[in-house]
Design a protein. Structure first.
Length: 335
């Protein structure tokens, strides 16, 4: 993993295989098709070249449509973009890896993606390809308890060989699960995508990844207030709904740098060498989230944000009833 020294920030991280990943990307989780088409047009105009999606987000087709539109308008070229998508939980078996990647590519209208991630370590039963989170009569997700990360990873490697993805990685895996993959890998994971923000900085997991030349991408880098609203009515074990953006510790930094709380939090992460994928469909906030390269947090500023750590995981998969019974449920250990 290549990044500048602590306190500075490149506009990309470089994988050990030579490919470069823009350090700021557009997240698309919970974005409707119509919202994402407009958001991506704005993002490309602002300067984003990294777009993060997933089969499970159900917006790959919309993203593919807007990308084709932008290509035809000569606003951006395919080779200038970094596109990430993910293998869904219902496809966590070796026999499904290639088929689901090809479906994603068809929807995205692309010949390859830059990074293909295993979205979660927990496999679900595939009732049909459109039922992404199948449940039983009691509302519990249908677990595939035979999930085998080794056989899945060997198939992920074949997708690189086929030229369908340039790099491969993991998402929501813990260190024990990552190590299992590293121990057998012919092509090692280049990236781990995890929840990471000032309330949940994931220091031990980041250090482990750095030691193993795995870059880290932070989802929910500003705390994902939209997700808290989304789960509020259904999540029986609702997380602390305190807004990270409203934390009083940020106010002096906002005033000092004349930046928003979002920009301060994103800058803190990229100065650690962590890729960020904030999600927004608001044109002003899309631009705001990208405008974080013209200031620097001092050591004292960083210490203030470091002190905000609450060890607060917001994404615990609670909305998927019974998921914690899966033998590969990742949050049984701290990291």
């Amino acid at each position: 993993m290549s990044c500048k020294k602590e306190g500075s920030a490149n506009k990309y991280v470089q994988y050990f295989n030579g490919y470069k990943m823009p350090i700021v990307g557009l997240g698309t989780f919970l974005g409707t098709s119509e919202e994402m088409e407009k958001a991506i047009e704005v993002a490309i105009d602002v300067g984003y070249r990294h777009i993060d999606t997933a089969f499970a987000y159900r917006n790959e087709s919309a993203i593919g449509n807007v990308l084709q539109k932008l290509f035809k308008m000569n606003k951006v070229k395919r080779e200038e973009l970094f596109i990430v998508t993910k293998l869904p939980p219902i496809a966590l078996r070796a026999s499904d890896v290639n088929r689901f990647l090809r479906m994603s590519l068809e929807r995205l209208q692309l010949d390859y993606v830059d990074l293909y991630l295993v979205h979660t370590p927990c496999g679900l039963v595939n009732v049909n390809d459109n039922d992404l989170f199948p449940v039983d009569a009691n509302g519990c997700v249908l677990l595939d308890t035979t999930t085998d990360h080794v056989s899945i990873w060997k198939e992920m490697e074949k997708q690189v060989d086929l030229g369908l993805t340039r790099s491969i990685g993991l998402s929501n895996f813990n260190t024990k699960q990552i190590q299992r993959v590293l121990d057998i890998a012919r092509i090692r994971p280049v990236n781990l995508q995890i929840e990471c923000h000032a309330y949940f900085p994931q220091r031990e997991l980041f250090d482990y990844c750095k030691t193993n030349e795995i870059t880290v991408t932070a989802y929910a880098p500003i705390g994902s207030p939209g997700y808290l609203v989304f789960i509020g009515a259904t999540d029986a074990n609702k997380v602390d709904d305190s807004s990270l953006l409203d934390d009083p510790a940020l106010k002096p930094l906002v005033e000092k740098h004349k930046k928003t709380a979002s920009q301060i939090l994103l800058r803190w992460l990229i100065q650690r060498g962590i890729v960020v994928i904030p999600k927004s469909t608001n044109p002003g906030r899309i631009a705001e989230n990208f405008n974080i390269f013209d200031f620097k947090l001092s050591n004292e500023d960083v210490q203030v944000i470091d002190g905000m750590d609450r060890n607060l995981r917001m994404f615990r998969f609670n909305r998927f009833k019974g998921i914690e019974k899966h033998p590969e449920f990742p949050f049984e250990i701290t990291w």
